[in-house]
Write a protein that binds this ligand. Sequence first.
Ligand code: DGY
Length: 327
Amino acid sequence: MNTAAARPKVIVTGRLPEDVERELLVRFDAQLNIDDRPFTARELQQALQSADGLLTTVADRITADVLDVPGRRANIIANYGVGYNHIDVHAAKAQGVTVTNTPDVLTDCTADLAIMLMLMVARRAGEGERLVRAGQWQSWRPTHMIGTRVSGKTLGIIGMGRIAKATARRAQHGLGMNVVFFNRSRLAPEQLEGLDAQQCDSIEDVLAQADFVSLHCPGGEETRHLMNAARFAAMQRHAFLINTARGDVVDEAALVDALNQGLIGGAGLDVYEHEPRVPAALLTMENVVLLPHLGSATRETRTGMGLMAVDNLSAFFAGQTPPNKVA
Ligand code: DGY
């Protein structure tokens, strides 16, 4: 019989959609975070000591130090999110802690958001909305708020994974865009899943051609500051940077300089180097669209992510390999 005492104890570090919390309470002895208060490093350690598993979010920094807590009881961290660069997976592996993620369910919504940022920044949507809300719109004028056409332009993608392909499909089939991309490994034509996209040999080749540069590589040491001063200088002066991947892929100080110097046309950002902090300089720039990490933020996707994390926990506690094990 499934008694509360016999069920694995799971500590959840963030408020989750209702259906997910309900399922957690059915399957586990779950401690929810109803107040949605972020966990400190110490609280994460205490959770590792007192629960069988943790369900964490991309806002939790699970470092080697956090994992190295004496008397750790938890052997699984089920991450709510596809990206896991906030978890030291090498340390987790070394400590025998399983880590899982939630791929696929957020692909379409994140790709939608990348396209939205591209359209918003090119067509000055944020700026226009601010003007209307401020009661400053005077009249329709032929030269008022002229933006940049998106249809038919070239989209340059860095990192051709699932979300990148979904973004490229929307750009190509919806907006008639030409797609060029850089990916660390060479992709065979069938891996492009019907996309007509040209793989470039270097990031610089992409930057030289793209009217929009969209980042889709994972975060972490290998990609940290991949977009730096030299690479901003290599972009076309009218081109826009779109980032729905991870904040640390962009050297934010170099981005601010490039925008100040007019080296690029603008930026559409959903992620930041030191979330939730956003550089003050960006807040005053009209040619920058700033969103608070909303890529996966739809009811459908956030519920899907949660149920996936719950299934990963269930599989682990049943002695199986969780379907989305990353470490
Ligand atoms: C992820 O899943 O990695 C996103 O950044 C949050 O949904």
